[in-house]
Design a protein around this ligand. Structure first.
Ligand SMILES: Nc1ncnc2c1ncn2[C@@H]1O[C@H](COP(=O)(O)OP(=O)(O)OP(=O)(O)O)[C@@H](O)[C@H]1O
Length: 240
């Protein structure tokens, strides 16, 4: 039986002719040979070393899909500090037959600005959730729980940054509920807990290319496992 791909974003293609010659994105080795990426699973992860280009590509996809570079729903239009790359100029998104009812771009790094905007956008009909009156992790999870809806497209950049391991598990359950209700997620993560989501495709941005790998092959899994099993020896080697 052929599985039907019900994703809202099914494929991205990258036309480097549309990217400026002096763009720093041309220097990111994992992206240099990238022409196409297929999204066949409801949950796709981008993993890899710091600086390997994950957020640059995630952000370009989000902007091309119509999200504000700093995050929020597609209704959010603001800019606190313009740092996004022009990679989105070269991106083409192949949409599925069905369009998403809702969507949210959630970034750990600009979360403060988004919840400040949520307060500014609030009115009597749409009261603020007052995220600033909660802790970082409480507010991050509360925002996710409020915004995750059926048939939505969710782009998350390092959602674990604010979350305790316990709350990362809660986030996994929220993602599961949402996926079962027809949603799609594209997530950058370093967390061995978040990456443990079943039936996901994991794209690694290391070794000068973007390529698929298994959960157990990720550095996040391997280094965490090695550390927990050999903590004393690893620390001795590290400190000596
Ligand atoms: N505004 C910018 N100007 C110049 N170079 C940039 C800019 N933003 C990012 N870079 C460079 O692009 C590369 C990829 O950055 P990116 O943020 O995509 O990495 P990442 O894989 O998401 O890393 P991390 O895991 O640390 O978040 C890095 O080497 C970074 O220094």
């Amino acid at each position: 039986m052929i599985a039907i791909n019900a994703n809202f974003i099914q494929r991205i293609t990258l036309d480097w002719n549309k990217i400026a010659e002096d763009s720093y994105t041309r220097m990111i080795s994992s992206l240099q040979g990238l022409e196409q990426l297929d999204f066949k699973h409801a949950v796709t992860f981008f993993v890899g070393e710091n600086g390997s280009g994950k957020s640059t590509l995630l952000e370009a996809i989000a902007i091309r899909y119509g999200f504000n570079p700093e995050g929020g729903s597609r209704n959010y239009q603001f800019s606190t500090y313009d740092t996004h790359s022009e990679l989105f100029n070269g991106i083409r998104v192949a949409h599925g037959v069905i369009h998403a009812d809702w969507g949210y771009f959630l970034r750990a790094e600009s979360f403060y600005n988004v919840v400040t905007k949520e307060l500014e956008y609030s009115d009597l009909k749409h009261p603020s959730e007052k995220y600033h009156e909660k802790s970082h992790g409480e507010s991050f999870l509360a925002l996710a729980q409020k915004q995750f809806k059926p048939n939505g497209l969710y782009i998350l950049d390092e959602p674990e940054a604010a979350l305790s391991p316990q709350r990362q598990l809660t986030l996994l359950a929220e993602i599961r509920n949402c996926v079962e209700a027809g949603s799609q997620f594209i997530i950058v993560s370093h967390s061995p807990i978040i990456l443990g989501y079943p039936d996901a495709e994991i794209f690694v941005f290391d070794d000068g290319k973007v390529h698929s790998c298994l959960y157990e092959e990720t550095k996040s899994y391997q280094i965490t496992e090695m550390f927990i099993k050999n903590r004393e020896q690893i620390l001795r080697n590290l400190f000596d």
